[in-house]
Design a protein. Structure first.
Length: 201
């Protein structure tokens, strides 16, 4: 015998049907990918100025001037020669600010020869010259003939040091191989050290 649905019972059924639909739609929804990120950590280590290091001074009028440390450890300033070898970057900046008080910014650059290294689980570990054109991380690994079968491609590191400031880039190379998060394919600079650890799992 047909049983009439009361308004109260219909309300309960409607609630259950609504919850079921929400669950189905949630299960069918496309998962959102995490935004592309480039993980970089910064640290400092003791550093002393050496010959051929340089300072880039930028002035408010837009002009800039680069001063290089001579082989004898001195630098040419407005007041003459100043011995700076052995100074810390902070001490070097203090000397420059005294002679160039109108400088808006002062950047210290450590001299590096035009070489980079790829170490760890690659077929040929290399310490070689950068070419005339730009080189990116994937190019550098290719120059080392790629990864061995033991390589942990998820935790590739690029360590970059400049006058006591150390930048460490954590690279998930698996993403690069899939064409994802391509901002991790950073430009290689002189002195960069790329390390590919072993996957012990």
């Amino acid at each position: 015998m047909f049983q009439m649905i009361t308004p109260r019972r219909w309300s309960v059924w409607a609630t259950w049907i609504g919850l079921f639909c929400v669950a189905v739609l949630a299960g069918c929804a496309t998962p959102r990918k995490n935004p592309d990120v480039l993980t970089v950590t910064y640290s400092t280590c003791p550093y002393q100025i050496t010959p051929l290091d340089s300072a880039l001074l930028t002035f408010n009028n837009g002009e800039s001037r680069e001063l290089a440390v001579n082989h004898d450890g001195t630098i040419e300033t407005g007041s003459g020669r100043e011995y700076v070898a052995g100074k810390t970057p902070a001490e070097f900046k203090t000397i420059l600010r005294k002679d160039f008080p109108d400088a808006a910014t002062i950047e210290i650059h450590e001299f590096k020869n035009d070489r980079f290294s790829v170490l760890g689980e690659v077929f040929h570990q290399i310490h070689t010259q950068l070419g005339s054109g730009p080189m990116r991380l994937m190019d550098a690994v290719a120059a080392a003939n790629g990864f061995t079968s033991l390589a942990d491609k998820q935790h590739v590191r690029v360590v970059r040091e400049n006058a006591g400031r150390v930048e460490t880039y954590e690279i998930d190379f698996r993403q690069l191989l899939r064409g994802e998060n391509m901002q991790q394919n950073i430009l290689i600079k002189p002195g960069d050290v790329i390390t590919v650890p072993r996957d012990f799992l």
